[in-house]
Design a protein around this ligand. Structure first.
Ligand SMILES: *[C@@H]1O[C@H](CO)[C@@H](O)[C@H](O)[C@H]1NC(C)=O
Ligand SMILES: [Mn+2]
Length: 596
């Protein structure tokens, strides 16, 4: 693997198991995803390189900091030996800890992925800064709001973190509105989450009988089912389904309850602030809509123009989806099918909810005046490879909801359209639900709710592109930054994903899901022997030679220069991509959407 790569853009969703910061190493414009078990070895290697690169990046950052502060810090850092100079935990925290404390802190960090050593020492009722827009504090909410049940989902969460979440909810929700708090334990193995947590619950219930309830799964059932269990136990008019590694901000509930009181078909998400995994400081985040790509990874998305026209960042904005945390009228959520209980482990359930709510009579909004601080994780202690359940769940969403667009999920994961061999479970119940609720077609969602999502209707073929002379070599986007595609041993990851479009364009190195992004197009400049890659939008504006005539299993010929993309052996006996007079070489792209 070439090292000419950068540490990835972050894609994330909020989950019980972690804030999923998937940051594979990737080359420009790529999303590395795993398609097949035999790729795991490559993945492991990729991850190792990623670790090294981010460690180097972090090291450089730390060094810069240290140079700046060297005069002040020199004495301090000299005093105590740093036992874990490579640990993320200690890159900007813990200078004053004794060796014994460092050992303890590092152990807890490895176990939980965030700074539980510090959490155990901070007051359970700590205050956090008010990060709301100033207009929020001035808003007046109706007195007779619906009551709320708060569901906290966890799997092996640290006790002090759960206690702080509960405490923040009790302290910052008007008591007459807080119906109950339901702790859903998706079969944790940690002992303190049993006896010690039960004692804490009893202690609170002594003053507020029945306020805290615990639901414990007798086996691990995954995120969607844990959320459903919480919904089932809730009794309030509104249910808020949250992670347990959160702290709610001041007046978090009122804006949500007022919105649902005004329209019971809105499903809401608060705005999350980030709590650093090491210092546990709260970092202010701006409100933003929640979207996803065709692999169904969630991501922040811009609000629609109508929201910006309001010129008031404290106003709720429509959103295509939720990241995971959701607040809804309890009965309405039941009427539209809560969550898909056929989902496994993790992933896609938030997107499914978003699509279903919009298509079946409701809408999704992000509410800026309701803020929740969410603790990030540096690593995910309990999650093995999440891409497997992610793929399965994504295919399930596609099958139930996406109509003629469902193949886009296969394209995004580079899976064959048919016979992909992945069991998506029984979808008949959910399809029946869709019929019963008379939900709109997915096309309506794309046109009216999420027009930023590219429909990919022009894609004719996708996957790796091979020349029949050397079938172990694939076209690859080459080093990044850089614009020279190369031949490389086939590894089937994003840098080698190619897409052939009806308009003759060949994208190399993955395809973007959103129309505001641009792909990288194969170009024949007409000069020299090397093909290049260029931003497609830019190339189109300039009228450059990015159109190719290609029939599956035949030559790839540039429509303007009439030269062919071919391969040739160099003096070093390696094969290279060349632009030359066509000699009749043949190419095949891995998967065909429509015959071409
Ligand atoms: C936190 O609890 C302690 C002990 O009950 C109390 O003295 C303190 O005032 C509380 N702090 C806040 C910010 O509520
Ligand atoms: Mn989370």
């Amino acid at each position: 693997m070439r090292i000419a790569a950068r540490v990835g853009v972050l894609v994330f969703c909020l989950t019980v198991y972690s804030l999923v910061y998937i940051s594979f190493i990737r080359q420009e414009g790529s999303n590395d995803k795993i398609q097949r078990p035999q790729d795991l070895e490559v993945l492991t290697r990729l991850k190792r390189i990623e670790d090294q690169v981010s460690k180097i990046a972090q090291y450089i950052e730390v060094k810069n900091e240290q140079v700046k502060e060297s005069h002040v810090e020199q004495k301090k850092t000299m005093k105590v030996k740093k036992l874990y100079p490579d640990s993320y935990l200690f890159s900007s925290w813990g200078n004053e800890l004794s060796e014994e404390e460092q050992i303890r802190a590092e152990k807890l960090f490895q176990e939980y992925g965030h700074n539980v050593f510090l959490s155990n020492r901070l007051p359970i009722n700590r205050t956090i800064p008010d990060t709301r827009d100033h207009r929020c504090a001035e808003k007046i909410y109706p007195k007779d709001l619906p009551t709320i049940s708060v569901v906290l989902i966890y799997l092996n969460e640290a006790l002090s973190i759960i206690q702080r979440a509960v405490c923040s909810i009790i302290d910052r929700t008007p008591p007459h509105l807080l119906k109950d708090i339901i702790l859903v334990d998706d079969y944790s193995s940690k002992v303190d989450l049993q006896l010690a947590l039960d004692e804490y619950i009893d202690q609170i219930n002594k003053n507020k009988p029945g306020l805290l309830k615990k639901v414990r799964h007798t086996r691990q059932m995954g995120l969607a089912k844990a959320r459903i269990s919480g919904w089932e136990a809730a009794t309030g008019q509104v249910v808020a389904i949250l992670d347990a590694h959160i702290e709610v901000h001041k007046q978090w509930a009122e804006p949500l309850l007022a919105r649902i009181k005004a329209d019971r078909t809105t499903v809401l998400s608060p705005v999350f602030d980030k709590v650093n995994f090491d210092t546990l400081d709260v970092v202010h985040y701006q409100p933003s809509a929640h979207g996803f790509d065709w692999a169904l990874w969630c991501m922040y998305e811009s609000f629609r123009p109508e929201w910006f026209k309001l010129k008031d960042p404290s106003e709720p904005g429509k959103s295509p989806s939720v990241m995971g945390i959701l607040v809804a009228d309890r009965q309405f959520l039941g009427e539209i099918g809560i969550l898909d209980e056929g989902m496994e482990i993790y992933g896609g359930e938030n997107v499914e909810l978003g699509i279903r709510v919009w298509l079946c009579g409701g809408s999704i909004e992000v509410v800026p005046c309701s803020k929740i601080a969410h603790i990030e994780r540096a690593h995910k202690p309990y999650s093995p490879d999440l891409s497997k359940p992610m793929i399965r769940n994504a295919l399930r969403v596609a099958e139930i909801w996406m109509d003629e667009y469902k193949s886009n999920v296969n394209i995004a994961w580079n899976l064959p359209l048919k016979d992909h061999g992945i069991d998506i479970g029984d979808v008949t119940k959910r399809k029946k639900l869709r019929d019963k609720l008379k939900c709109k077609p997915f096309k309506w969602y794309l046109e009216n709710v999420y027009p930023q999502l590219d429909t990919w209707e022009n894609i004719l073929g996708y996957g790796v592109l091979k020349n029949n002379i050397k079938e172990d070599l694939c076209i690859d986007q080459g080093s990044v930054p850089g614009s020279v595609p190369i031949l490389y041993n086939c590894h089937y990851y994003d840098p080698q994903h190619c897409h052939y479009s009806r308009n003759g364009e060949i994208y190399v190195g993955g395809i973007k899901s959103h129309i505001y992004n641009s792909n990288r197009c194969l170009l024949d400049s007409g000069f020299g022997k090397t093909p290049t890659l260029i931003d497609c939008k830019h190339a189109k504006e300039k009228g450059l030679n990015i159109q190719w005539s290609f029939t599956q299993g035949q030559e790839i010929r540039n429509k303007n220069t009439n030269r062919c993309l071919e391969i040739a052996q160099g003096e070093d006996s390696y094969y290279y991509l060349v632009m030359q007079k066509c000699t009749g070489q043949n190419w095949k792209i891995q998967h065909v959407v429509k015959d071409f």
